[in-house]
Design a binder for this molecule. Structure first.
Ligand code: ATP
Ligand code: MG
Length: 137
């Protein structure tokens, strides 16, 4: 599959990094096929991160993701899921490689600037979460 799903998270939006992050995404060969600026409700965030509901950081993660607006987008490129995970870098920005989006723009392991799908299956589920009723995508 050649699509992945991303969010620019509240820290990166709040710190004014939307433009720089989109620039980097385009420069790395991804096309943006759908995009919106929105804000997650508590129940949206709980649902989106349901897979982490047993983890110790779940409550903090839900609070953090509802703190401010996010940008949700579907990205297209060959090998999109894996290539985008390389572009964003490790979950903890302290461990992220030089030049990755998280190394450049993230502030902590929870406020880590961007989300990237971890499989083709989840890319589809996550894209539908935000763009389900829009037949253009
Ligand atoms: P994402 O799914 O957002 O792309 P990821 O796949 O690199 O990130 P996951 O393990 O799926 O990492 O965790 C989802 C999110 O939960 C992380 O991006 C981060 O915001 C938060 N998180 C993960 N581990 C921790 C932790 N140990 N402490 C606090 N927050 C964490
Ligand atoms: Mg993940």
């Amino acid at each position: 599959m050649n699509r992945t799903f991303t969010m620019i998270k509240p820290d990166a939006v709040g710190n004014g990094h939307i433009g720089a992050i989109l620039e980097k995404i385009n420069a790395s060969g991804f096309n943006i096929v759908a995009m919106k600026l929105t804000k997650l409700s508590k129940s949206d965030a709980e649902k989106f991160y349901q897979v982490h509901s047993e983890r110790s950081f779940y409550g903090d993660l839900v609070n953090y993701m509802t703190e401010g607006p996010i940008v949700a987008a579907i990205l297209q490129k060959t090998n999109a899921v894996d290539d985008f995970r390389v572009l964003i870098g490790a979950t903890n920005p302290a461990e992220a490689a030089e030049g990755t989006i998280r190394k450049l723009f993230a502030t902590s392991i929870s406020a880590n600037a961007v989300h990237g799908s971890d499989s083709d299956e989840n890319a589809k589920i996550e894209s539908n979460f935000f763009f389900k009723n829009d037949e253009r995508f």
